[in-house]
Ligand binder design. Sequence first.
Ligand code: GA4
Length: 348
Amino acid sequence: MVVLAKGELAQISLPAAHPPVADVPTVDLSAPAGPEREAAARALVAACEENGFFRVTGHGVPAQLARAAEAAAAAFFAWPQEEKEEAAPAVGYGSKRIGVSGDLGWIEYLLLGVTPAGGAVPVTFASSSTLPCAAAAAVGSSTSSTPAGPLRGLLEEYTVAVRRMASAVLELMAEGLGLSGGGALARLVTREDSDCMLRVNHYPPRPAAEGGGGAPSLTGFGEHTDPQIISVLRSNGTSGLEIALRGGEWAAVPPDVDAFFVNVGDTLQVLTNGRFRSVRHRVVVNSERSRVSMIFFGGPPLGERLAPLPELLGDGGRSRYREFTWAEFKNSGYKTRLAEDRLSPFEN
Ligand code: GA4
């Protein structure tokens, strides 16, 4: 449940708008080596240059696993509020507050730091508390280093499969960009110390309008770009995701339960010296149905030095960004408001 005070509700209310439907390019990850794979790599690069957003098919993530992870998360969100709060330290549960700078949304979520081996560490600002028995059984013990239990176990299994796909996307991207380093780009998100996260967002149906009449739209997740390299999203069949096109106009992304959507993140914009666009996006809540999305954020190891790849600078090309570590960028970015441009302090 998301409980907002009246003033908070006013803060996240949006004027009714019906943005056009986005024409989202599709990249088939299963294209066989040869001309078809080359075409897929070209389509991927073009999509990253155009809006920084594309759909992935032929992704190899078992539909059953995605559905089971989503169903387990939905079952958790259906728990009584008090029990969810008690389980917060084990699963990184939060509601309405996004980050630490005062951003609010019509949302509740789980946020986990995830390691390549499949481990998951909850990201939570709440102090730890003892799990009630029911919660402990369902989410896995907060004290165990290899947490078991249906929800965390499924989310971990799901993350392993999605990370594999993210890595395959980055390999295809490297081919499309003609990078010589083999799987260097992909390795940034598959190393033992890669700093990746899994977020499960639940946007409850929009509340009915007081005194009848049309219910307002609400901000579910305010506009922002993702700080990492790439984000890989899956959602249920409820709409709400919108992306900002090159010119700044918003476009609605029709949900597709069989596919995944990939966002270019700020770090990939830096690595490509601005050739790829970190896509600004948001979630608007205007449905009578719940939206559940699961997003894998592929980030590099904390100590990784980031700067435009020399091969992408071109002859005499000027680097648009100064070198920084992921830890430095994360520390600075996590103090910002959601909608802020987090890259400008790193521009040359
Ligand atoms: C946006 C992408 C991911 O959801 C996230 C978010 C993070 C958070 O929820 O704590 C941030 C946001 C995100 C960017 C700016 C800061 C940090 C909230 C916020 C206001 C987990 C991430 O990595 O960056």
